[in-house]
Design a protein around this ligand. Structure first.
Ligand code: GUN
Ligand code: ZN
Length: 648
């Protein structure tokens, strides 16, 4: 496997870096397709890099090989010399020509050797392009032959190798092919999908990637062959696509079409100069339409590349911001077929579960489907566990009071007796009142626009009555009740996050919850003077070092733990990040963004940290950080063994 390093993420989508002999490839990114013959390339690669910031390319080794002249030049000056570019260059193998022309006139060994000799940074196995129309037998034969060639290719290449994942529309074959590719490939390239996206068969495209997804190694860089329309970038990124390649910018330009993240626009329908990109701003669209063919093609190709690069950057930004689902949902309005594709993804929460982050900064709804994101699936799963043992009849609210500070004084009347005037239905279904600040419910409701409900008063009083009843006696409308309510919320939050071991009733009594004076939200949980947990805007309690010491005792071995190799333990104990290769084991119920207990192989607590990687990715990704330390014992550098168990 190549040295892929994951730097930031939003679910399966990853900001990452792959080292290549010609410099790093920053993902996710678009590799524009360039023609190996510079005379047939409308915009030179160097210009594309300079103007649009796209710094890596893909070209066809097959086309170069087939032309004696290009072959000679490629062999003499390398592929970088041929296309005059000094950054990362991936070469494709000819399988696409099999799709386009029905056959290829080259063997798998020959074309791999050629790619080696011309110095491709990433070479591609000659796969069998399995058409979506193929029957199971045909598709199976294609997958098997591709796997055979991939294994042979691995023996014949030291550098980075892209292995296509085929299988047509058959889930079992996509899975098999993904598993095979993961065994030998550095780049796992989902192929055979061009006809699907060209015909806007996005649900089937989603199905193909969804079927492969669980079997794609986290250490592999995921490539989606031939889907370079900017409207698909956010959609693909949700599925963890790291690389796109496309000749769309050029193909569509030749057909007088403008690419936009919202779809495709034929130039002859343009009546207004609505694109003010740096290129169209200079030559207004109305004028572009009047240019001679060759010039017009270049102008449109430039616009298309600029828009593609911009959308790719937007996808990366939204991964950093944790707003990729929002972006993909907005993009899905481009076409009903794309919306249907996105719905297909939402039908498969299991694909997202293991890398779904514990929380994000915001949760903004864009439409009716926004409450079917994997975050809601995760929350419901936790809620079911929370409710399972004894609590089937606890008070649930469909409408929640959301005035500032209202949570500080449930029941929803203050001393002066004025009722809360605001409430809203929750799109998450009934929510236990103690949990309404937790992600995604809290952030989603905080983002929603609330309409005053004239009849909210009685509903809110009902909440109070339910809560009081559940507590088993009538609570007076006073400070004692407010303190009792806070204790109750503290215990519920800890039980929601950690289960009964931590929030057993006897223990819960000793904790003190402190609220923000301004918002009434719970901010810290103390035991006497020690802060044990801090609660951010995602409503999730996160342990301090003292809290972690407490958790280590309260929770059975393994739970909430990431076990650190002895070699790295002293460094983690000093607050350094835990690198992936030093992880021994991790509690599989942890998620990216979770706060975990970092312990040494003997179980002694070293630090608290937030997960960047999901447990199943730890150790599999050989490079980079797995957990960022947020709190550690302040000790001078020294052997960790010095921390005796009774100190912890
Ligand atoms: N380009 C577009 N689709 C494919 C594919 O399935 N395989 C290869 N090798 N290249 C492609
Ligand atoms: Zn433009």
């Amino acid at each position: 496997m190549g040295d892929f390093e994951l730097l930031e993420r939003d679910g399966l989508a990853r900001i990452g870096r792959l080292a290549t002999p010609h410099g790093p490839l920053e993902t996710p990114t678009l590799l524009p397709v360039v023609h190996p013959d510079p005379g047939r390339q409308p915009i030179p690669p160097r210009e594309i890099r300079r103007r649009f910031g796209l710094g890596a390319f893909i070209t066809s080794s097959y086309i170069a090989y087939r032309s004696p002249e290009l072959r000679e030049r490629a062999l003499a000056s390398g592929i970088h010399g041929l296309i005059d570019f000094d950054g990362p260059v991936m070469t494709d193998s000819g399988a696409f020509q099999q799709h386009a022309y029905g056959h290829v006139e080259i063997g798998p060994t020959e074309i791999l050797e050629f790619q080696n000799r011309i110095g491709a940074d990433i070479a591609t196995v000659l796969d069998v392009f399995v058409e979506p129309s193929a029957d199971h037998g045909e598709a199976e034969a294609g997958v098997r032959l591709t796997s055979e060639r991939a294994r042979a290719a691995r023996k014949g290449r030291e550098g980075l190798l892209a292995v296509p994942v085929q299988g047509g529309t058959f889930a079992d074959l996509r899975a098999e092919s993904a598993l095979e590719a993961s065994a030998v490939g550095d780049i796992l390239a989902v192929g055979g999908v061009v006809p699907l996206w060209e015909q806007y068969r996005f649900p089937e495209l989603a199905d193909a990637v969804v079927a492969a997804r669980p079997y794609l190694s986290p250490a592999g860089v995921v490539h989606l062959f031939g889907t370079g329309h900017p409207m698909t970038f956010a959609f693909g990124a949700l599925l963890g696509v790291d690389l796109y390649d496309s000749s769309a910018y050029h193909k569509f330009a030749r057909r007088d079409r403008l690419l936009l993240p919202e779809g495709t626009v034929p130039l002859d329908q343009v009546r207004e100069n609505w694109c003010q990109c740096t290129l169209c701003g200079e030559t207004p669209l109305a004028e572009v339409a009047t240019l001679p063919d060759a010039e017009r093609e270049i102008a449109l190709a430039r616009h298309n590349l600029l828009v593609s690069a911009e959308e790719m950057a937007r996808v990366r930004q939204s991964i950093r911001d944790g707003t990729l689902w929002e972006l993909a949902e907005r993009r899905a309005t481009a076409h009903p077929a794309l919306l249907a594709g996105l719905r297909t993804l939402k039908d498969h929460p299991e694909v997202f579960r293991s890398s779904e982050p514990e929380s994000r900064r915001t949760y903004r709804e864009t439409g009716i489907d926004s409450f079917r994101r994997p975050a809601v699936d995760r929350w419901r799963e936790r809620l079911e566990r929370f409710l399972a043992p004894t609590d089937a009849r606890r008070p649930m609210v469909r409408r929640v009071p959301l005035e500032p500070n209202s949570l500080a004084r449930i029941p929803p009347n203050d001393a002066s007796g004025s009722p809360l005037g605001w409430s809203c239905p929750t799109p998450f279904g009934p929510v236990p009142i103690e949990l309404i600040e937790t992600y995604p419910v809290g952030p989603a409701l905080a983002e929603a626009e609330f309409v005053p409900q004239p009849d909210a008063g009685p509903m809110s009083v009902k909440v109070f009555e339910d809560v009081s009843q559940a507590l088993g006696r009538e609570y007076p409308w006073n400070r004692d009740w407010v303190a009792e309510w806070t204790r109750r919320q503290v215990a519920a939050l800890l039980r929601f996050r950690y289960g009964d071991e931590v929030a057993g009733p006897a223990r819960a009594r000793a904790w003190i919850g402190e609220r923000s004076r301004r918002t009434g939200r719970l901010r810290t949980i103390r035991e006497e003077d020690r802060v044990l947990f801090q609660i951010g805007n995602d409503g999730i309690p996160r342990p301090t070092f003292a809290g972690a010491q407490w958790l280590v005792e309260a929770l059975p071995e393994g739970r909430e733990r990431v076990v650190v190799d002895a070699d790295a333990a002293p460094f983690v104990g000093e607050g350094r990040s835990l690198f992936s290769r030093f992880v021994r084991t991790a509690d599989p119920t942890l998620a990216p963004g979770s706060s975990a207990l970092l312990v040494d192989p003997d179980g002694a607590l070293l630090a608290v940290g937030r997960l960047l990687l999901a447990p199943h990715e730890m150790g599999v990704l050989r490079r980079g950080i797995a957990v960022r330390v947020t709190a550690h014992r302040h000790v001078p550098a020294g052997p960790v063994e010095e921390l005796g168990p009774d100190e912890l």
